[in-house]
Design a protein around this ligand. Structure first.
Ligand code: 5GP
Length: 214
């Protein structure tokens, strides 16, 4: 399977951050203003939580089905996280990027590292909590996991936050609206990068191919 080729107008955006940091809320806030972004619904072997729906939060599949998808090369990336598989289907993402649509992935750090390898132009953003104490408070408040699972997730969170140094951008989720606004600003700045819009200058500078920067 060859890696994804990111098209001129389709930005591949990866958002990671420890469980409970508020990724879903920040994503909902972001998408409420950026309806043009396509949110990739992942596949997982984890059981649905109360309020989660098939095809909305995840595609919930059996371990057998997930392992078949791995074997058949259907996944752009996948990882095992706290005993369950999570993965991103290649097909839809490829189609959207080729249509010039920006695609947002909410994935953990191992998966993000694989995306970085396959799609070096992807924009990697890490969402971090203001503190570990605050993260613990949010996980208990969410009340969706047993306390044993929460301890596991907190330990995992500490490890994951160490990986934030490998990302392009760090956003602190102290306040959902501000965090989403920062992400919007990042995406806007990314769009303005010279390499992504050099064609706009061709009428003025001619074909700049071969021009070396000192
Ligand atoms: P949760 O069980 O809390 O919904 O998700 C656990 C972790 O799995 C989160 O950090 C989430 O970002 C990550 N995750 C969700 N979908 C994917 C995916 O498709 N691939 C990878 N690698 N991680 C994912």
């Amino acid at each position: 399977m060859s890696g994804l080729k990111k098209q001129k107008n389709g930005e591949l955006i990866v958002l990671s951050g420890p469980s409970g940091v508020g990724k879903s809320t920040v994503i909902a806030e972001l998408l409420s203003n950026r309806r043009d972004i396509y949110f990739s619904v992942s596949y997982t072997t984890r059981a649905p939580r109360v309020g989660e729906a098939e095809g909305v939060n995840y595609h919930f599949v059996s371990r057998e089905e997930f392992e078949r998808m791995i074997r058949d090369g259907e996944l752009l990336e996948f990882a095992e996280y706290v005993g369950n598989y999570y993965g991103t289907s290649m097909k839809v993402i490829r189609e959207k990027l080729e249509q010039g649509v920006d695609v947002l992935l909410d994935i953990e750090v191992q998966g993000a590292a694989k995306v970085r390898e396959k799609c070096p132009d992807a924009v990697l953003i890490f969402l971090i909590p203001p503190s570990l104490e605050e993260l613990s408070r949010r996980l208990y408040q969410r009340n969706t996991d047993a306390s044993e699972a929460i301890s596991l997730r907190l330990e995992q969170a500490r490890q994951e936050c160490r990986e934030s140094v490998c990302y392009d951008y760090l956003v602190v989720n102290d306040n959902v609206v501000d965090a989403a606004q920062e992400i919007r600003s990042i995406l806007e700045a990314e769009r303005c990068k010279v390499k992504k819009r050099i064609h706009l200058a061709h009428g003025i500078i001619g074909d700049a191919d071969g021009r070396k920067c000192q």
